[in-house]
Design a protein around this ligand. Structure first.
Ligand code: ADP
Ligand code: MG
Length: 420
């Protein structure tokens, strides 16, 4: 009897990654499974089946997979959709001989220090950095790198614990703050969070993220996204707009491809973040071996009429889809912008306000009684809007940020005296 095969998606049953399932269905006719620790009490009915396993833990996944193997079901490939499952998915792939990313590549993609070393070794410009644990090591790193610096956990994401320091005092406070963020959130994402990167600061507000479809020795840019950030000393992502007006910048897209090649990423989508300094230098900030988060893939899909998850999963399944990428052209602009109330206690949420015609969807997560904090990372958002325009912008537009600010100010009635 031929083996009964399925594709196992990890991290796909997550908010704003829903369309991963649709993309997978476009890439393959095989059944699509997901995993959840308590799949009986928390089934996701969209998937063809659910494994009862921790998606972030390879051993737990292997146990559940082997239990189903006894009934004749075997995974064809395990595909990670977020940072927290890149290691577990590829460990399972290797153990079962299914292919997947090499172990060194996974380390390069998940440990920002190893990543920087690999980038520098390949001549890819990335800010100088040192790995520290203690306050003394931090001060030594500052003596070597010079101020200002950015301090960040070496294996987290979502700008969690990423902070700018312009003085030694700010740096000491910044390291303590970063450790606090890891203490609060680290265990939910299975990160170690035991070390911090001290990095040379690239002083610019211009930043993009680039989705790259990787192949063995070949890679191709799918889309360039313009990224908008919160005021310093934090770097919360507040908006993503696709396509960036920089999409045709060959030096930029070549750099994104070089960054992926330098890390050895040979399948799937990679998400490359690049900061553009005032003098024109492009600096690679980080590379993730998975599709971009924050709903960016949905904006890419709308702008290009192409579901990027199809490319990611298709590539893991061994299809060469670089020609599909080459043929995709953007016909509209799509953006996601996060709603932000002023800091303080939210007294009322006026969610019936009329919306401008560009608003395609709105999602309000905050409710009356919540405490709104200054924008620091993914966790300080009150919701989001998605916007759509029929035109392609030729230069950086601040429209998304202005529209979200106006709506946030109208919708959230805040008692600012009850702030942080
Ligand atoms: N060395 C740096 N110089 C300037 N800005 C930086 C630097 N490192 C990080 N940032 C800013 O902080 C954001 C989050 O940092 P990043 O390293 O991407 O961590 P995360 O994994 O949390 O996304 C970046 O998108 C960038 O805006
Ligand atoms: Mg980042």
């Amino acid at each position: 009897m031929p083996p009964k095969e399925y594709v196992l998606l990890l991290g796909a049953d997550q908010y704003l990654r829903e369309r991963a399932l649709l993309g997978t269905k476009q890439a393959t006719d095989l059944p699509v499974w997901a995993a959840a620790e308590d799949a009986v009490r928390k089934p996701n009915r969209m998937f063809d089946n659910m494994l009862s396993a921790d998606p972030m833990d390879a051993d737990s996944l292997l146990r559940a997979i082997r239990a189903h193997s006894a009934q004749g079901w075997h995974p064809k490939i395990v595909v990670p959709l977020n940072d927290w499952t890149v290691d577990s998915a590829n460990t399972v792939n290797r153990v079962l001989g299914l292919g997947g990313l090499d172990a060194t590549v996974v380390v390069n993609a998940r440990n920002k220090y190893a990543m920087k070393q690999a980038l520098l070794a390949a001549g890819v410009p990335t800010p100088r950095s040192q790995l520290v644990q203690s306050e003394q090591e931090l001060l030594d790193a500052i003596a070597a790198i010079g101020l200002p610096v950015v301090i960040k956990p070496y294996d987290f994401g979502g700008s969690g614990g990423v902070v700018l320091a312009t003085t030694r005092e700010e740096a000491v406070a910044g390291l303590a703050e970063s450790k606090g963020v890891v203490a609060q959130h680290g265990s939910s994402y299975n990160i170690r969070g035991d070390k911090y990167l001290v990095e040379q600061f690239v002083d610019s507000d211009d930043e993009v993220s680039v989705e790259v479809l990787c192949g063995a020795g070949r890679a191709q840019v799918v889309a360039v996204t313009e990224k908008y950030l919160s005021p310093r000393p934090w770097f919360a992502e507040i908006a993503h707009l696709v396509p960036s007006h920089r999409t045709g910048d060959q030096a930029l897209t070549d750099l994104a491809v070089r960054a992926c090649t330098a890390l050895g990423i040979d399948r799937g989508l990679a998400h490359v973040e690049i900061k553009l300094a005032a003098d024109g230098t492009a600096w690679v900030i980080e590379v993730a071996a998975r599709p971009g988060g924050d709903g960016i893939m949905d904006q890419v899909e709308r702008a290009y009429s192409l579901n990027p998850y199809r490319l990611h999963v298709g590539s893991y399944l061994g299809s060469d889809l670089l020609d599909v990428v080459a043929g995709a052209v953007p016909t509209k602009t799509s953006a996601i912008v996060f709603l932000k109330a002023s800091p303080g206690r939210i007294q009322e949420v006026l969610d019936e306000k009329p919306l401008p015609p560009e608003v395609r969807s709105i999602n309000i997560s905050a409710k009356r009684g919540d405490l709104s904090q200054t924008a620091k990372n993914w966790s300080t958002r009150e919701g989001f809007i998605e916007l759509e325009w029929d035109e392609l912008f030729k230069e950086k537009t601040w429209l998304p940020v202005a529209m979200a600010k106006r709506l946030s100010d109208e919708m959230f009635v805040v008692d600012e005296a009850a702030g942080e």
